[in-house]
Ligand binder design. Structure first.
Ligand code: FES
Length: 249
C-alpha cells in the first residue's frame, strides 16, 4: 500500500516542532508499524536526510519503549497492543496517517517522536523498596498464604509496562493509572503492606510534583492501555491514600 505520513519533527527539546509530510510506497499489510517507520527512515538516509527519531526496544510489547500517538490515539487504532504490535493491515491503501509524540507537559519532547518519560521512573523510585528478610535459608514459597483473587489482581497490576499511553490518552495528562498500578501491585500482597502507608504517600506526592493532572474518571486511559490496566486500581490507590493520610494525621 502507498501512504502519506504527517510526522512531528523537532530537532531537540528547545526547537520549535512542526508536522512534515512524507510518502511511503509498497508497504506490506503484514509489516508492523515500526517496520513501516524503518522503511521511511531507510529512504530518508538514502537521500541524505535526517531519519525520524522514535523510541523502541523489544518490539514485542514488553518493554514499553514504543510510544506513538497515531491518528490521535495512543498506540494507534488497535486495542490491547503497543505501537510495535500494531500492523499495517489496520490501515488502507492511500491513507494519510498522523504520527505525533505523547503530548503532556510532564513528558517533554527530546527529539521528533521521542519524549522524556523519566518522570515515571522518579514516581517508581519514590515508592521505595520492600523490606524482606533475605538472611538464612530460602523461604518456602507457601509460607505466606495469599488468596488467588489478591494474587491475580496484583499480577494484573504488575503487567503495566510504563509506556505512558495512559497519560497521552488522558485529557488531563493524568498519570494515575500508571501510579495506581504500581501502588496496587504491592498493596494487594502481604509483603507490600509493611511500607504501604509510606509508599502511597510518596508516590502520589512525586506524581503531583512531576506536573501530571488529576483523574476525572473519563476512562480513556483504561481503553488505550496496551495491558488493560483497570480503573479499579485508581479507586484502590485513592482508598490507600485516604487511609494513609488518616493514619499520618
Ligand atoms: S518496543 Fe517494547 S513494547 Fe514496543
Amino acid at each position: 500500500m502507498n501512504l502519506t505520513l504527517k510526522i512531528w519533527r523537532q530537532k531537540d527539546s528547545k526547537a520549535k516542532g512542526q508536522m512534515v509530510e512524507y510518502k511511503v510506497t509498497d508497504i506490506s499489510e503484514h509489516m508492523s508499524f515500526l517496520e513501516m517507520m524503518d522503511v521511511l527512515n531507510e529512504g530518508l538516509v538514502a537521500k541524505g536526510e535526517e531519519p525520524v527519531a522514535f523510541d523502541h526496544d523489544c518490539r514485542e510489547g514488553i518493554c514499553g519503549m514504543c510510544s506513538l500517538q497515531i491518528n490521535g490515539e495512543a498506540h494507534g487504532p488497535d486495542r490491547g497492543i503497543t505501537t510495535c504490535q500494531l500492523h499495517m493491515r489496520m490501515f488502507n491503501d492511500g491513507d494519510t496517517i498522523v504520527i505525533e509524540p505523547w503530548r503532556a507537559a510532564a513528558f517533554p519532547v527530546i527529539k521528533d517522536l521521542i519524549v522524556d518519560r523519566t518522570a515515571f521512573e522518579r514516581i517508581q523510585q519514590a515508592g521505595g523498596y520492600i523490606s524482606i528478610n533475605t538472611s538464612g535459608n530460602t523461604q518456602d514459597a507457601n509460607a505466606i498464604p495469599i488468596s488467588k483473587e489478591a494474587a491475580d489482581k496484583a499480577m494484573d497490576a504488575a503487567t503495566c509496562i510504563g509506556c505512558g499511553a495512559c497519560v497521552a490518552a488522558c485529557k488531563n495528562a493524568s498519570a494515575m493509572l500508571f501510579t495506581s498500578a504500581k501502588v496496587s501491585q504491592f498493596a494487594l500482597l502481604p509483603q507490600g503492606r509493611v511500607e504501604a502507608t509510606e509508599r502511597v504517600m510518596n508516590m502520589v506526592k512525586q506524581m503531583d510534583l512531576e506536573g501530571f493532572g488529576n483523574c476525572t474518571n473519563t476512562g480513556a486511559c483504561e481503553i488505550e492501555c496496551p495491558k488493560g490496566i483497570s480503573l479499579e486500581n485508581i479507586a484502590r490507590m485513592n482508598r490507600e491514600y485516604l487511609a494513609a493520610s488518616l493514619a499520618k494525621s
